[in-house]
Design a protein around this ligand. Structure first.
Ligand code: GLN
Length: 304
């Protein structure tokens, strides 16, 4: 498969979509990112990396971080996690409060904000310096020691994150947070602010295409069956209330973030990350989704 030629062709074909949609301006710092950016990187389980456009430029991974925190929480807590978080698609926006009231503070899944806040709480309860451990974990996955939080983005969200503040307090009122909401939120905003390039993110997600193991040294990040669980959750919950449309068009498990990034995985073959900051109505990258749809269509490779 000539991935290099394929992604170069996709780069041409997505040009008409760049500039469409909206950047996530509810986090003021993200509103400053030029909407016409586009990058794409493919990492194969053979050890090759192919990239195009702005693939080496760092962006705010936002909710893609939920994938890494879930992986860490699975390592730390195992199956006990599921007593506090569900595993069903929510059918509502990523930052919705409505289901929590009638589902007694148990978030539908770990990839909506409510679920990720509980995941963060679990990590905080296990670790002395949770924030740094998450950053170091992502560095290890991506094999890049330079990955850092973007503190301006974290601060920007902290002072405007009224919905997340409401969510954390609401969950706490049901007894489903062990730590103080302010501490959970601080860690959560920092995880979301991690600045990574498409190649970093694709590399960091490659263990999911490699039966839960790091490609560089064969070390197990999670057990193969846990990697299956994570990918199943990506497929059913990774792109919020447009998860059906994403599965229909792309046919791969994926995780998106409002920074405009999407990570998708083809078991046994590759991980791919696209970035373009213009979002559709459900908070997923518009050109990024299009690029992934073209990728699986042109290559004929998807989980289906
Ligand atoms: N930090 C963002 C928020 O909590 C993450 C949301 C997202 O990327 N979908 O609103």
């Amino acid at each position: 498969m000539n991935y290099k030629a394929i992604i170069e062709d996709i780069y041409e074909r997505v040009q008409p979509f760049l500039g469409h949609g909206r950047v996530a301006d509810y986090i003021p710092e993200l509103a400053r990112v030029p909407i016409t950016k586009f990058g794409m990187a493919v990492c194969t389980t053979d050890g090759d990396l192919f990239q195009v456009g702005d693939a080496a430029e760092k962006f705010s991974i936002q909710s893609i971080s939920k994938l890494f925190t879930l992986t860490l929480a699975m390592q730390l807590e195992g199956e006990g996690l599921w007593q506090r978080i569900g595993r069903e698609p929510s059918g509502t926006a990523f930052n919705s409060l409505v289901q929590l009231e009638y589902e007694n503070g148990i978030p539908r899944n770990p990839f909506i904000n409510a679920g990720a806040l509980v995941v963060t709480d679990i990590i905080l309860s296990h670790l002395h310096n949770a924030q740094r451990t998450v950053r170091d974990f992502v560095r290890q996955l991506a094999d890049n020691e330079e990955i850092e939080f973007d503190t301006a983005v974290a601060h920007s969200e902290k002072i405007t994150g009224y919905r997340n503040i409401a969510l954390a307090n609401f969950i706490k009122s049901f007894g489903n947070l062990q730590n103080e909401p302010v501490d959970v939120l601080d860690a959560y905003f920092h995880h979301c602010s991690l600045a990574m390039s498409c190649s970093d993110v694709a590399r960091a997600g490659l263990f999911l295409a490699n039966k839960g193991r790091l490609l560089q040294n064969g070390e197990a990040v999670v057990q193969a069956n846990q990697a299956k669980y994570i990918k199943s959750l990506m497929l059913t919950c990774g792109t919020y209330d447009s998860v059906g449309d994403f599965a229909y068009r792309v046919g791969l498990p994926g995780k998106s973030g409002v920074g405009g990034g999407i990570l998708a995985v083809m078991p046994g073959k590759f991980s791919v990350c696209v970035w373009s900051p213009g979002l559709n109505d459900t908070g997923n990258s518009l050109a990024g989704t299009k690029a992934l749809e073209l990728f699986t269509t042109v290559t004929g490779v998807s989980i289906f």
